[in-house]
Design a protein around this ligand. Structure first.
Ligand SMILES: [Zn+2]
Length: 91
């Protein structure tokens, strides 16, 4: 199992966060991030998921579902943001 790290700049471009992806989940899993200032500046973050530090992550669920099906052999319909966070795939 390999962990990978990826730095992503938020939508307002003021901040960058380094995320770690676990259990061989591809970093493409996260396609947008929102820092606390993004929200104050009015960048909408629909369907994004809160993480500690008042950041929000937006997932590419197609990537997550393909990964689940191909690598974990589980029903892709079970994959949602809660599955990703609770499963410890990214932090
Ligand atoms: Zn921002």
């Amino acid at each position: 199992m390999m962990d990978s790290k990826k730095s992503i700049t938020c939508e307002c471009e003021a901040n960058t966060i380094e995320l770690t992806f676990h259990h061989s989940m591809p970093p493409e899993l996260v396609n947008k991030v929102f820092c606390p200032q993004c929200q104050q500046k009015g960048y909408k973050s629909p369907k994004s998921w809160p993480i500690p530090g008042d950041w929000r992550l937006h997932f590419d669920l197609e990537i997550a579902r393909m990964f689940a099906m191909a690598k974990l052999k589980i029903d892709p319909q079970l994959v949602n943001p809660g599955f990703i966070i609770d499963g410890g795939y990214v932090d």
